[in-house]
Design a protein around this ligand. Structure first.
Ligand code: COA
Length: 358
């Protein structure tokens, strides 16, 4: 039987750190509100595109696996903020990696895009249609936020994370997975006009996220818990068999609510939302990389992954980690840091939304 083992990983976090107390200069909010209601202290905003962030995390993951770009049969980019829709952004990353004629697909299921991608690629590897591939989650949501909507603009951050999967006969990688989508819940999180609509011919275009946080919160806790239970059952495991819980990082209260519903020991839960906010499709791979880099993953762990996002899409998986916790090689590629201030970086977005920061 084939499995799809995780053999490389890498992440990229933009250099510009924006603390809650920086946001108060242009959003009607407080550090206290954001921290107590979400668990977020700071986030990163990127000066480079989703594709660039994705590319660097991909170079790191490839070096980490000790593989060549030509080893890749497929690159999946999970993102809601792809720099290009046609041609897709995965093909940009593929060309920049010099990955020859590897297939390249963008998938968008919002915050669950990376998990959806990993589930799909694992099944393709198990079925034998490809041998090796890379799944990247990368988001630059800072460009899509409406600074007049304090209920949503404080929550998100930018970043990218990537993993390399390859065929193995060891029982490693995803040993069970479920992807799903909650019925009749599209309107709770939407960015109208972020796609082709008739408005494109009448200039009736204004990008602004519509968001019902409380409605999402309830459905997220319920649907993630159900999907987690389903993948545990599928794998013949109970929550006691789980060594590590890596949930999507949308709100610390959602993470804790799902954890307590399932009976996860809080010490086994990876939390990165305090430093990076909600990086959407990038949040689980960034958290996975952090657990590896900090030595929390020592090899052999059984890891529960859970995610949800606009749609409302949802999903969970059981990931059996192998022995490798060290990079085979390091990449020599990098992205120069941003030297300016947040007001300079986002000046176009601020003026579009009528924000005056002076
Ligand atoms: N600063 C200060 N006050 C704010 C605020 C901000 N940034 N954002 C909202 N508020 C106010 C609201 O205006 C409202 O005020 P009112 O009661 O006077 O009308 C009040 O805070 C609502 O607070 P609360 O009841 O605590 O909201 P909440 O517990 O639902 O928390 C979210 C709000 C958004 C943090 C929470 O619902 C959430 O995290 N939802 C899901 C996250 C999500 O969808 N992520 C994206 C998908 S992955």
């Amino acid at each position: 039987m084939n499995y799809a083992k995780f053999v490389g990983w890498g992440s990229y976090l933009p250099s510009l750190v924006v603390k809650n107390r920086d946001l108060v200069h242009f959003v009607d909010t407080t550090d206290e509100w954001i921290l107590s209601r979400t668990g977020i202290k700071e986030r990163r905003y990127s000066h480079v595109s989703t594709g660039e962030m994705a590319w660097l995390s991909a170079e790191k993951a490839l070096a980490s696996a000790g593989m060549l770009p030509s080893d890749l049969d497929l690159i999946i980019l999970g993102s809601t903020t792809a720099n290009d829709v046609c041609p897709n952004t995965a093909s940009y990353i593929k060309n920049k990696l010099k990955a020859g004629s590897a297939a390249a697909i963008d998938i968008n299921s919002a915050c669950t895009s990376w998990l959806y991608g990993v589930a799909m690629m694992s099944d393709m590897i198990k079925a034998g249609s490809i041998k090796t591939g890379m799944v990247i989650g990368s988001e630059r949501l800072s460009l899509g936020l409406d600074w007049n909507k304090r209920e949503s603009c404080c929550l998100f951050g930018d970043g990218a994370g990537a993993v390399v999967l390859t065929r193995s006969n060891e029982k490693l990688g995803l040993i069970s997975s479920r992807i799903s989508c909650v019925p009749d819940s599209r309107e709770f999180l939407e960015i109208p006009n972020w796609g082709i609509q008739p408005g494109i011919h009448t200039n009736d275009l204004h990008l602004s996220m519509n968001f019902d946080g409380a409605a999402i919160f309830k459905r997220a806790v319920k649907s993630m818990s159900l999907d987690c239970q389903a993948v545990l059952n599928q794998a013949g495991l109970t929550i006691k068999d789980i060594d590590l819980f890596i949930p999507h990082q949308a709100n610390i209260r959602i993470i804790n609510a799902v954890g307590s519903k399932l009976g996860v020991d809080p010490d086994k839960t990876i939390v990165t939302i305090d430093r990076f906010g909600n990086t959407s499709a990038a949040s689980i791979p960034i958290s996975l990389c952090e657990a590896l880099e900090s030595g929390i993953i020592k090899g052999g762990e059984t890891i529960l992954l859970a995610s949800f996002g606009a749609g409302l899409s949802c999903g969970a998986a059981i990931l059996k980690w192998g022995a490798s916790t060290k990079h085979v090689k390091e990449t020599h590629f990098s992205i120069p840091s941003y030297q300016g201030e947040v007001t300079e970086l986002l000046s176009d977005s601020f003026s579009y939304h009528g924000i005056n920061c002076s």
